[in-house]
Design a protein around this ligand. Structure first.
Ligand code: C2E
Ligand code: MG
Ligand code: MG
Length: 842
């Protein structure tokens, strides 16, 4: 198949045309014109009148002349010319020229410049020659191309007769036989022209004939024949059979029209293929358009000079600018003025280098509102010679960022009082301790607990309780010096870090000031409330060397104040530790409890509100002691941690849970999965992965039925180690839930770095929704965040229907809490879940 030479694509008519043009006036005689053509060796002459082209006369027109007319060759050429002359611009591309030849059937065109001044002549042959003739000619033979109907005249016939025969038979050559010489000769239109040049007509035509004949065989390739014509600078060859019989004449014209036909056929094929390709790419374009229009991300396409070419409906929804207002503008219409030159320079640098840029950027909507978007810009380069395009794809992340910010604030500040929380207090204490150790300074940690605060809550309600806490906080704040920290740990517990302490007496004075300042009555709505406080303090370096110890001792001292009648201050003294005798007793019992088999697992369901189905079960440990009764895990788990028993305890729970999974699978109870709480210590200090694997293997339980609940504390000391362990668990196919989310450490970075499946919103938030200050907002923010990160959500501690409805309304459908059931011993749980299943089926 022919391929149009791609190099030709950019060739223009000027590259192909022959510049050898000859012109004359209309009154020039045919004789003169023929002579001019002969001298210049061209086959066409253009006739000009007053600088205007009015016609053309070519060698081929010779055969149309009536040589019998007397002195016709002295007549003006304007009588014989053909007009008007078709012309083309020299800048036209060869590809367009080819189509012109193809569509209109022209053979020769006059080439003119932009002022219509003739520059040259171009023929279809020129185009074909520029494509390389070999391609067409090699595989064709003379046999199909020559003209077999060539008239044969006698040597004695006149040239007038020859011209007449040529005109009537429409041939451009005739053969002449000279019987005397036993020779044949040929007369062509060029011989007629030569005759014309001389201005006389010989009696016999033999004198104009060319002989001996230059011959080729039928089986010669057209390429060879063409070469022969080129070398000899002639236009006709006689075709002979093997036994030397004359068969006809092959003319350059024959060859060219042959090629032209082939060329045109192939051209048509190529154009057809182009049409098919175009249709296909139009379809692709249609699809692309559909996708762009349907995208929820805003999309904007610009050219290399930043002119906006296209935007999609999401763009309009996000920015407020409609298509009409944007096309033709530049992206500067969205400029917020928030980013400096360096920001933009770096963006462009990355685009030029990598072809892509991604990042967060502030833009401005049509209504002036700022929004933060996550933007990706890509460079689109279709081919070498095409202009660069840029596609900007963005989504509005303002809301997500706000949620992140709120939760980050939560990580460090108490939502109710806006005071630093436990985490920020610990951070500051650590820092202050480092400085104090280096500079040999004294510092103090104070622990404040309001006396009988619970009564306020119980009698006047939580709202008043909260307002009271806010007022207490702001009163205390007035006494805090720069560099010191007042924090709220939760409930009615406050702590204070005093850094620049000269002597211990100063602490005493300060504590008394605080006690006094709180003694003054509080006015809250219509209530007047009196409250007192108990304060304890521990001093570095005497009462402890690290933050835990100092806080613990300050707490012990505060309890001592309470024991001594409240509304007072106590400095820590070692004897105070006697209070922990009770604790020692518990420690002893706990150490034996594992051996004595006095633990039991209770089960609490997690229910999908939408269909009341149990989707999971949390295993919660219970300790039954003969003397102490049922001890809450909240009090013995920290003890087990201190005593180094926690790892064994967790392994016992894991094993017990897997055994239970096995049992439920056997009995066909649908429990979703069982989750097991793992202590923060265990995550980094034991070999949790091995323990999990063992339990799974022993009880032949598929890992997907097991979930591990960890708290954020697990990551604080050793993020990398925790990450490794969680990833290994995840690789086993064990689910991972983040417990007690929202208390203390809620740092967002964990969520994206760790393989967490589920977030459990802490019960302390749920307790106060939907109507308590701030909490609803926080829960909403947590849910929005979890949803944007694709995490599952469980709300813990749901007790009331209104809490459940609120949660459901904001898209949190998995609920754990007394509303459905408290944690139940195995038997009771089995009963519960069977009933639930029956209810669901009904
Ligand atoms: P957690 O993992 O956050 O468990 C939820 C706690 O909230 C459970 O207390 C549960 O009984 C209680 N709860 C559930 N629904 C409600 C409700 O509607 N209202 C109220 N007020 N409370 C509700 P529990 O069983 O006393 O456990 C306390 C904590 O002890 C657990 O908190 C967990 O951190 C830890 N824990 C329990 N079992 C284990 C265990 O086997 N291993 C380890 N390492 N820790 C455990
Ligand atoms: Mg838990
Ligand atoms: Mg929890």
């Amino acid at each position: 198949m022919m391929v149009l030479k791609s190099s030709n694509k950019m060739l223009t008519v000027a590259d192909l045309m022959s510049k050898n043009i000859l012109s004359c006036k209309p009154e020039t005689s045919l004789l003169e014109a023929a002579n001019m053509m002969g001298n210049r060796n061209v086959s066409a002459i253009f006739i000009m009148f007053k600088n205007k082209l009015i016609g053309v006369w070519t060698e081929a027109d010779c055969a149309k002349l009536d040589f019998s007319q007397p002195k016709f060759y002295q007549q003006a050429i304007s009588n014989f010319m053909s007009s008007p002359v078709k012309q083309v611009q020299s800048t036209m591309l060869t590809s367009e020229l080819t189509v012109l030849f193809h569509n209109y059937g022209f053979r020769h065109l006059l080439v003119v410049d932009e002022t219509n001044t003739p520059q040259g002549v171009v023929s279809l042959s020129d185009v074909i020659k520029s494509q390389g003739l070999e391609h067409y000619l090699h595989f064709r033979l003379v046999d199909k191309s020559y003209n077999a109907n060539i008239p044969l005249l006698d040597a004695s016939d006149s040239m007038t007769l020859v011209a007449k025969v040529m005109r009537e038979k429409r041939v451009n050559a005739v053969l002449v036989e000279n019987k005397t010489l036993k020779q044949k000769g040929i007369i062509t239109e060029r011989d007629l022209l030569n005759l014309l040049k001389k201005g006389e007509i010989k009696a016999s035509c033999w004198e104009s004939a060319g002989w001996p004949l230059l011959t080729v065989k039928e089986t010669t390739s057209l390429y060879k024949a063409y070469q022969l014509l080129e070398i000899r600078k002639i236009r006709h060859l006689v075709v002979e059979s093997d036994d030397l019989e004359v068969l006809g004449v092959l003319s350059l014209h024959n060859i060219m029209s042959d090629i032209e036909v082939a060329y045109m056929n192939e051209l048509e094929m190529v154009l057809e293929q182009r049409d098919v390709a175009l249709k296909k790419s139009q379809k692709n374009l249609f699809l692309a358009k559909k996708i762009i229009n349907a995208s929820l991300d805003g999309i904007m396409i610009t050219d290399s000079s930043s002119t906006i070419l296209q935007v999609n409906p999401a763009f309009t929804a996000l920015t407020g600018y409609c298509e009409k207002e944007t096309i033709g503008q530049t992206p500067r219409i969205l400029n917020s003025g928030h980013h400096d030159k360096q920001f933009h320079d770096e963006m462009w640098q990355s685009l030029r280098k990598e072809g892509v840029w991604q990042g967060e950027i502030y833009n401005k909507k049509k209504n002036g509102e700022l929004f933060l978007e996550w933007l990706t810009i890509i460079e689109i380069k279709e081919s070498e010679d095409e202009d660069l395009l840029y596609a900007a794809i963005f989504s509005d992340i303002t809301e997500r960022k706000k949620a992140e910010k709120r939760i980050t604030a939560l990580a460090y500040f108490d939502e109710l009082t806006h005071l630093p929380n436990r985490r920020l207090f610990s951070d500051r204490l650590e820092m202050a301790l480092a400085t104090a150790k280096r500079d040999d300074q004294i510092l103090a940690v104070m622990f404040l607990d309001l006396d009988h605060f619970k009564q306020v809550n119980d009698t006047l309600g939580h709202t008043i309780g909260d307002l009271l806490l806010q007022q207490v906080a702001s009163r205390l704040e007035k006494y805090v010096k720069a560099g010191d920290t007042l924090a709220r740990l939760g409930g009615d517990e406050f702590t204070l870090l005093l850094t620049e302490v000269d002597e211990v007496n100063d602490i005493l004075d300060f504590a008394n000031q605080l006690i006094l300042c709180l003694e003054e009555r509080f006015k809250i709505q219509e209530h007047e409330i009196s409250i007192t406080t108990s304060i304890g303090a521990a001093v570095f370096p005497d009462d402890g060397s690290d933050s835990d110890e100092l806080l613990k001792h300050a707490d012990v001292a505060m309890y001592r104040s309470k024991e001594l009648g409240r509304n007072s201050f106590q400095l820590y003294k070692p004897e105070m530790n006697a209070r922990s005798l009770e604790r020692m007793l518990m420690e002893k019992k706990l150490s034996k409890a594992l051996k004595n088999n006095s633990f039991e697992l209770y089960y609490q369901p997690k229910v999908n509100v939408l269909n009341s189905q149990v989707v999971g079960v949390e295993a919660l440990i219970r300790w039954h002691d003969n003397e102490l009764g049922v001890v809450s895990p909240a009090s013995f788990i920290p003890l087990a941690e201190d005593l180094g028993l926690i790892i064994d305890l967790d392994i016992w729970v894991l094993n017990q849970a897997c055994k239970q999974i096995n049992e439920w699978m056997e009995t066909g109870i649908e429990f979703g999965r069982i989750s097991v709480n793992i202590s923060a210590l265990h995550l980094t200090k034991g070999n949790l992965v091995l323990a999990v694997q063992n339990s799974l293997t022993v009880w032949q339980v598929p890992a997907q039925f097991l979930e591990i609940e960890v708290t954020e504390t697990s990551f604080i000391s050793s993020m990398d180690e925790a990450k490794k362990v969680l990833k290994a668990l995840k690789a086993l196919d064990v689910h991972i839930a983040l417990d007690d989310f929202g208390t203390g450490y809620s740092a967002l970075s964990y969520l994206t770095q760790l393989p967490i499946d589920t977030i459990k919103i802490d019960a302390s938030f749920i307790a106060k929704i939907p109507d308590e200050y701030g909490n609803s907002q926080i829960v909403k923010a947590i849910i929005a965040l979890a949803q944007s990160l694709g995490l599952e959500l469980v709300a813990e501690g749901v007790e009331k229907e209104k809490q459940l409805r609120f949660l459901q309304g904001i898209g949190c459908n998995i609920i754990q809490g007394y509303f459905y059931s408290k944690a139940l011993p195995k038997k009771e749980f089995n009963h519960f879940i069977t009933n639930q299943q029956l209810e669901c089926e009904a």
